[in-house]
Ligand binder design. Structure first.
Ligand SMILES: *[C@@H]1O[C@H](CO)[C@@H](O)[C@H](O)[C@H]1NC(C)=O
Ligand SMILES: *[C@@H]1O[C@H](CO)[C@@H](O)[C@H](O)[C@H]1NC(C)=O
Ligand SMILES: *[C@@H]1O[C@H](CO)[C@@H](O)[C@H](O)[C@H]1NC(C)=O
Ligand SMILES: *[C@@H]1O[C@H](CO)[C@@H](O)[C@H](O)[C@H]1NC(C)=O
Length: 236
């Protein structure tokens, strides 16, 4: 009897904790799971493998370089992107499709979309530099296309280099995905799609209530890494 009671309370405890820890869910995109879970065998987006909103098979097309097309959306309408440039696009695509935290910034009117995700200035500047000479025909990659009857995107405008399409990294980050990303004024309370995100996300969410020394500690790897290095270390 006593055993049964303790078993029951154990069960209650387990249920309580899973309710607390499983509050996260995924965006309501075409490929998103209902809730995040571990994925094995992903070849891309491995940053999110422990708790992922995308199935490993979704990442297959992203694992090749150059990426040609993902879900009828062509990445090469102005020619293949450079590997360096493409790496940044992959990080953002992985975040949107796979991150278990993306739903913290769910768009209030479109549950498949994100809005104003705080993105690091350094990420935007490095992204801009990596893509500087690559060609692009859409300023807003969500809306500036002619979509054909098969749902495939075609250029509406001329292909021009990134450095002509966008004035700087800030412009790139805040335009290419519409209002999805917003450059943060803090070098810590922002995402750069590296391992550090997991540590700093708490401080982004807690905002002003967080302990400054702890925030600095969590953010340390980012502040110590020379720009660019972190990105290279993560690839492949
Ligand atoms: C991807 O994997 C999931 C779960 O393993 C499966 O339900 C889905 O049908 C797969 N999709 C494709 C396109 O193979
Ligand atoms: C783009 O890459 C694909 C796959 O590697 C290749 O077949 C194609 O020739 C490349 N296109 C251009 C314009 O270089
Ligand atoms: C959501 O829709 C409302 C009403 O149309 C609008 O006022 C608001 O700006 C929209 N929110 C976003 C983030 O676009
Ligand atoms: C980036 O470009 C925008 C215009 O799109 C401009 O307002 C802003 O001052 C520029 N930022 C920097 C750091 O040059």
């Amino acid at each position: 009897m006593k055993f049964a009671v303790s078993l029951l309370s154990l069960l209650a405890l387990v249920l309580f904790f899973s309710a607390v820890t499983c509050q996260q869910s995924c965006l309501l995109g075409k490929h998103h799971k209902a809730s995040p879970s571990a994925e094995t065998g992903a070849r891309e987006c491995v940053l999110y493998s422990e708790s992922s909103c995308c199935y490993a098979n979704f990442t297959e097309k992203l694992s090749h370089s150059p990426v040609i097309e993902v879900d009828n959306y062509y990445w090469n309408r102005c020619g293949n992107l450079s590997k360096e440039c493409e790496a940044y696009l992959k990080k953002l695509e992985c975040f949107y499709q796979c991150s278990p935290d993306a739903d913290r910034w769910i768009h209030p009117n479109m549950s498949f979309a994100i809005v104003h995700v705080p993105i690091c200035q350094s990420f935007c500047d490095n992204w801009f530099n990596a893509c500087r000479s690559d060609l692009v025909c859409a300023h807003n990659w969500i809306s500036d296309w002619i979509i054909d009857e098969n749902g495939e995107n075609h250029c509406k405008n001329q292909c021009i280099p990134f450095h002509q399409m966008y004035s700087n990294g800030t412009d790139l980050c805040q335009s290419a995905w519409g209002a999805s990303f917003e450059v943060s004024s803090s070098p810590c309370r922002c995402l750069d799609f590296s391992e550090t995100d997991r540590k700093v996300i708490k401080y982004i969410v807690d905002g002003e209530n967080s302990e400054e020394s702890e925030e600095k500690e969590a953010c340390k790897p980012r502040l110590q890494t020379p720009p660019g290095d972190q990105d290279e270390a993560e690839d492949d």
